[in-house]
Design a protein around this ligand. Structure first.
Ligand code: NAP
Length: 266
């Protein structure tokens, strides 16, 4: 396979660090530069806890893409920046692979239009772990037969958005196969606001944030005399990297925006 020139945004973050290691360790991937919120003009090797790579650090993505020939941007930053970073990438003919969460349905619609206007591939995946994709698929299968369902997602306490992109995506997949249904007692009353979680077409989503956690989700189905729990745990960030690698290879072969890793794996 021919060489792929890559820029990673968010290299000091939990996910970005893993992505830098993965790109450096993949034979036909070349790390051209990184985009950080600070440290402009340094080399990656100058930053604490970074691999010894003589790769330039930019804070200005626009300038980075003007100065280098880049095929793919891997964006692992923060919800406030994902959309803007994708727009800058499109302007420079760079294909984005985005793990940053927090996109609305409207954002995705607008970004898909932009990708198609430019004839560029783009991939946004709220979860790059293959096991999490299976958890979502199995949940969709189960919801057809057991439509009463609640989602509990647990993440580390530095996560900015709630519920997680994976929980929303799971709820969307379940909503495709079941009628909207108000769950719980029709007269139930929250004694403390938020006790019953967020509502997605009658489905409840609960977000737990604690130090020590990485990314975990349980989808609990209830039926007469039985419950079924489908659970996935990412115990470290390396779990996401095979999915990121696959997305980088795939984004070069498509000319639209794909949302969700499940749409690029068999
Ligand atoms: P993190 O540890 O907080 O790292 C984010 C990094 O991005 C920080 O180093 C931050 O720098 C940097 N950053 C923020 N804004 C930036 C900007 N405008 N330009 C360049 N760098 C910027 O977060 P994380 O756990 O790595 O997660 C990153 C994103 O990926 C989040 O949206 C998270 O929800 C998502 N995520 C996705 C998956 C998946 O599989 N798709 C899995 C886990 C997490 P400062 O600290 O200086 O602001």
């Amino acid at each position: 396979m021919s060489n792929i020139n890559i820029v990673v945004a968010g290299p000091r973050g939990n996910m970005g660090k893993e992505a830098v290691k993965m790109v450096a360790a993949t034979e036909n991937f070349t790390l051209i530069a990184v985009i950080d919120s600070k440290n402009d003009g340094n080399l990656l090797a100058d930053l604490a806890d970074m691999p010894n790579l003589q790769v330039p650090v930019y804070t200005d993505m626009d300038r980075c893409f003007s100065e280098h020939d880049v095929d793919v941007l891997i964006d692992l930053t923060a919800p406030a920046f994902g959309k803007k970073h994708m727009e800058i990438a499109f302007m420079h003919g760079v294909r984005p692979v985005v793990g940053t969460t927090g996109f609305s349905e409207q954002d995705i619609k607008e970004l898909r239009n932009k990708a198609e206007e430019k004839g560029l591939g783009a991939i946004i995946a709220p979860n790059f772990a293959v096991g999490a994709i299976l958890m979502m698929k199995f949940s969709q299968m189960a919801a057809k037969y057991m439509p009463d369902v609640e989602i509990i997602e647990r993440h580390h306490d530095r996560k900015l958005d709630a519920p997680s992109g994976t929980a929303i995506k799971t709820a969307q997949l379940i909503a495709e196969v079941r009628e909207a249904k108000q769950q719980g007692h029709p007269n139930e009353k929250e004694e403390l606001i938020g006790a019953r979680g967020a509502d997605f077409e009658g489905m409840k989503i609960h977000s737990v944030r604690l130090p020590g956690l990485v990314a975990h989700q349980e989808v609990i189905f209830g039926g007469e005399g039985q419950t079924l729990t489908i659970r996935h745990d990412s115990i470290n960030r390396a779990s996401f990297m095979p999915g990121v690698r696959l997305a980088v290879e795939t984004v070069l072969k498509i000319d639209t925006l794909v949302y969700g890793l499940e749409n690029i794996i068999d």
